[in-house]
Write a protein that binds this ligand. Sequence first.
Ligand code: SAH
Length: 351
Amino acid sequence: MSDKIDIKSMNYEELEQFVVTGLNDKKFRARQIYDWLHVKLARSFDEMSNLSRALREKLADQCELTALTVVKCYVSEIDGTRKYLLRLPDGNIIESVLMKYKHGNSVCVSSQVGCRMGCRFCASTLDGLARNMTASEVLDEIYVIQRDINERISNVVIMGSGEPLDNYDNAVRFIKMLSDANGLNISQRNITLSTCGIVPRIYDLAGEDLQITLAISLHAVTDERRRELMPIANKYSIEEILKACRAYYGHNNRRLTFEYSLVKGVNDSEEDARALGRLLRGINAHINLIPVNPIKERDFRQSEANAVVNFKNKLEKYGENVTIRREMGRDIQAACGQLRKNYIDALESEE
Ligand code: SAH
């Protein structure tokens, strides 16, 4: 990273402050600059045509304007899903996905380059964490895609590579700026943050009073089984996670989502379904079942289609609200960090 100011990570108040004290200019300039950055989605200071040349030069001198570039975009012929490989200013590669639904366009963003959580079935974590992403970089995942398709993005899920609560400050800054009326103004109700369950940060998040949906990657009904799949389970028990979830609900009354990736013979039995139903009793929950997406580095297999349906039916007997995640972009496979990993591995084998 350069030592210039990351102007696109500044929230509106900070930008105002910077314009007045750092640039010695009028406060209203902040509105114009913020609008160029976060509504018109400018990729250079030169585009900011209602600013004087002198001011644009001053900005370019002192600030860096974070703009990601598209390395590759795979488009599904089945459902229009677009998977993007994007390059960050320092050359790191990340991936983002656009999904087209009847209710609008949804983007799944990455929050870190790589990940250090070590979930056994996930490709994002195989090479560990390279670094956290800045708020401007996460914002620009959405901006690049919105510019590319020339349509409004209405929903955002922080479910790409990385653990957002392991990059807490930037993740919260990102959410606040994304939902700011001065920016893209995406409703917090249309933003979902997915976490493997870093309990103290769930309490912190509850205290932010955001209206976002919290999704918990549960994936198992006992701590013992969860530890086999997710190292974070060595640190926090399911009981501690659910307690934090109740606190989160107490703050903002938002229904919680629980993600449960079904792995054949590991966590997909009828007894697992019953235990999950019992576990979540009394919690206002939506359960999202995800047939695991096998990665070549591990031998986890997807549950049979009838096991998935059985699991769902059993759970529904407990009055739970259950959906099976629809697989988007089936013809452009490679989700959850596999796209990035394949790309980087291919580059390395060429060297
Ligand atoms: N770190 C966050 C968000 C990123 S992963 C979290 O853990 O929630 C988004 C979701 O996809 C998580 O529920 C994760 O466990 C799941 N996931 C990752 N790899 C997967 C795979 N190969 N198959 C199915 N689900 C997977």
